[in-house]
Ligand binder design. Structure first.
Ligand code: NAD
Ligand code: AHE
Ligand code: ZN
Length: 374
C-alpha cells in the first residue's frame, strides 16, 4: 500500500542552544523496511538536551530530537514483517537487525546495520522523511520521537503488549532500560557485591534497581545534589554521599567506607572527572567501572595505567547492553508484574506545546523524568 504524507505537529530544533519550536511538519510515508509510528508519549532524556546544546559532535540542525518514545504503528513499508499496523511499539535508538557482525557476535547489543546513516540524521537510504517550510529536517538517533508521527527503520522498533500504558513504556526506550541493563547485563552484578552509583538521575536510579535485582549488598549513591538523597534511599540505596560535603577526593572516601573499594561502580553523570573517580573507587584486583554518561565533544578520560595493571576494569555501554527486539518485551512484562519500577520515575508531565518546560525542569534538578503527551 502506498501511504500518504501526514501533516502533524513536531518540536523542531532549528539551531543549537535555542528552544524547540512547535511546527506543522510533513511526514512522508515509510519506504521499504520502514515503519511510520504515531507517537503518543515521549520522555525527555539528558541526551536530548546535550545534543540541543551543540556539544554533540554528531549533532546537526535542523533536527527533530527525541529518542524515548512509545506509539502505535500507523503504516509500514514494503518488506516489513516484524511489526504490523496497530502494534504498540517502543522506539529503539539501538536497533537490532539480528544479521550483522555485531548482532551475531553474542558480545554486544550495538548493531552495525544502520549506524552510519543514523549518525548522519537520515534514513538508511540516505534521505529524510521530514519536511518543514520547504526544508528537510534531520532525524535523531533513528527515532525522532518529538513528532506526532515519525518514521523509523523496521529494526528500530519492537512490539510490546498493548496492555502496558504508553506513558510508562516510553521510558523503557532509554533511561530506565539503560541503568537497569548496565547493572544486570553489562556489569553482571553478583549477589552480595558492593556497588557505587555516581549520579542519581533516571539512569542512576535504575542502576540501583538493577543492582537490587541482582542481589547486591551495599549500594552507595554519590550525587552533588543533596536533594537526591531521598530519591536514592527510596529506590533502595543503602548509603548516600554528597562529594561536596567531604574534605577528600570521593574515591578515597569510598575506599575507606568499603575496606578497599567497590566491586562495581557506574558513572551516570557524563562528567569525565567523575568517571575517573568511579574507576579509582573500584577494588584492586577485580573492581569494574561502567561508563554510561555521555561527555561533550573534546572531553577525554584519564587515570594512571597502574589502576588497570592492578586489576580494575573500565568499560561502558549504550542502552544498558540490552538488545531491544530480543529483550525489551520481557522488561515490559517485568513492569506489568511489578518487578520493574517505572511509574516512580515520572515527576513531571507536559503537553507537546510546552515541551521546552521539560528542558527547564531537567536543569532545575528536581526532575527525574518528564513525560510529554504528544
Ligand atoms: P540526569 O541529569 O537526570 O542525572 C545526572 C545526575 O548526576 C544528577 O542527579 C546530578 O545532580 C548528578 N551529578 C552531576 N554532576 C555530578 C558530580 N560531579 N558528582 C556526582 N553527581 C553529579 O541525567 P540522566 O538522564 O540520568 O542521564 C545521565 C547520563 O547518562 C547523561 O550523561 C546522559 O546523557 C547519559 N545517558 C547515557 C545512555 C547510554 O546509553 N550510555 C543512556 C541514557 C543517558
Ligand atoms: N553522538 C555522541 C554520542 C552519544 C552517545 O553515546 N549516545 C549513546 C546513547 S545516549 C542515550 O541517551 C549511544 O547509543 N551510543 C552508542 C552509539 O552508537 O551512538 C558523540 O559523542 O558522538
Ligand atoms: Zn537517552
Amino acid at each position: 500500500t502506498v501511504g500518504k504524507t501526514i501533516t502533524c505537529k513536531a518540536a523542531v530544533a532549528w539551531e543549537s542552544g535555542q528552544p524547540l519550536s512547535i511546527e506543522d511538519i510533513e511526514v512522508l510515508p515509510p519506504r521499504a523496511h520502514e515503519v511510520r509510528v504515531k507517537i503518543y508519549y515521549t520522555g525527555v532524556c539528558h541526551t536530548d538536551a546535550y545534543t540541543l546544546s551543540g556539544k554533540d559532535p554528531e549533532g546537526a540542525f535542523p533536527i527533530v530530537l527525541g529518542h524515548e518514545g512509545a506509539g502505535i504503528v500507523e503504516s509500514v513499508g514494503e518488506g516489513v514483517d516484524n511489526v504490523k499496523v496497530g502494534d504498540h511499539v517502543v522506539a529503539l535508538y539501538t536497533p537490532e537487525c539480528k544479521e550483522c557482525k555485531f548482532c551475531k557476535s553474542g558480545k554486544t547489543n550495538l548493531c552495525g546495520k544502520i549506524r552510519a546513516t543514523q549518525g548522519r540524521g537520515v534514513m538508511p537510504d540516505g534521505t529524510s522523511r521530514f519536511r518543514c517550510k520547504g526544508e528537510d529536517l534531520l532525524h535523531f538517533m533513528g527515532t525522532s520521537t518529538f513528532s506526532q508521527y515519525t518514521v523509523l527503520a523496521d529494526i528500530s522498533v519492537v512490539a510490546i503488549t498493548p496492555e502496558a500504558k504508553m506513558d510508562r513504556t516510553c521510558l523503557l526506550g532509554c533511561g530506565i532500560t539503560t541503568g537497569y541493563g548496565a547493572a544486570v547485563v553489562t556489569a553482571g552484578v553478583e549477589k552480595g557485591s558492593s556497588v557505587a552509583v555516581f549520579g542519581a538521575g533516571c539512569v542512576g536510579l535504575s542502576v540501583i534497581q538493577g543492582a537490587i535485582r541482582c542481589g547486591a549488598g551495599r549500594i552507595i549513591v554519590v550525587d552533588t545534589n543533596q536533594r537526591k538523597e531521598e530519591w536514592a534511599i527510596k529506590f533502595g540505596a543503602t548509603d548516600f554521599v554528597n562529594p561536596s560535603k567531604i574534605d577528600k577526593p570521593i574515591q578515597e572516601h569510598l575506599i575507606e567506607m568499603t575496606d578497599g573499594g567497590l566491586d562495581y561502580t557506574f558513572d551516570c553523570t557524563g562528567v569525565v572527572s567523575v568517571m575517573r573517580a568511579a574507576l579509582e573507587a573500584c577494588h584492586k584486583g577485580w573492581g569494574q567501572s561502567i561508563v554510561i554518561g555521555v561527555a561533550a565533544a573534546g572531553q577525554e578520560i584519564s587515570t594512571r595505567p597502574f589502576q588497570l595493571v592492578t586489576g580494575r576494569v573500565w568499560k561502558g555501554c549504550a542502552f544498558g547492553g540490552i538488545k531491544g527486539r530480543t529483550q525489551l518485551p520481557a522488561l515490559v512484562d517485568d513492569y506489568m508484574t511489578g518487578k520493574l519500577k517505572v511509574d516512580e520515575f515520572i515527576t513531571h508531565r507536559e503537553n507537546l506545546n510546552n515541551i521546552n518546560n521539560a528542558f527547564e525542569q531537567m536543569k532545575a534538578g528536581d526532575c527525574i523524568r518528564c513525560v510529554v503527551d504528544m
